[in-house]
Ligand binder design. Structure first.
Ligand code: MG
Length: 167
């Protein structure tokens, strides 16, 4: 078994949809990014990539590559899962926290967890999505942006041997 950790942050911008955990959340602003800026899925991608020793989302899907412009983060997580599977690992569980001041995410957390579990092809109960504010502190606290943290556990027959090959 191996564990991975992921972190991501994005700025809010007007005229963008707010997509978190592949769920569109009604809000007057969305997160700015090269893709759909799903900060939660990006953190989860990094956690899984870290667990299998395959670097991070920036290495696998460079934002200098026009192929990834406005790409759905669902596609990125599907590719990350495939990469893990191809490397001999399956994702066991994911725990995550999104940090933003507004909007309140509690009503959307079950749907976000279900979406992510569906993409990873694991039971919904194996994906945990939590939400916090930053108590008004810093850039996230001022409402300028959002951040997410995630950990992922993977299990593989080749665990303890070679790590996944780099991109
Ligand atoms: Mg990102």
């Amino acid at each position: 078994m191996r564990i991975g950790f992921g972190y991501d942050s994005h700025r809010f911008a007007v005229g963008r949809r707010l997509i978190l955990g592949a769920e569109e959340i009604p809000h007057e602003k969305g997160l700015l990014g090269h893709s759909d800026a799903d900060v939660l899925i990006h953190a989860i991608c990094d956690a899984i990539l870290g667990a299998v020793g395959a670097g991070d989302i920036g290495r696998q899907f460079p934002d200098t590559d026009p192929a990834y412009r406005d790409i759905s983060s669902v596609v990125l997580l599907e590719r990350v899962r495939s990469l893990a599977v191809a490397s001999g690992y399956k994702v066991c569980n994911v725990d995550s926290t999104v940090i933003m001041e507004k909007p309140k995410l509690a009503p959307y957390l079950p749907a976000m967890a279900e979406n992510i579990a569906g993409i990873l092809r694991i039971p919904a109960g194996w994906v945990s999505v939590k939400a916090k504010t930053n108590e008004g502190m810093g850039l996230v606290g001022s409402g300028d942006g959002a951040a997410a943290f995630a950990v992922a556990l993977v299990e593989g027959e080749n665990a303890g041997q070679e790590s996944a090959s780099p991109a």
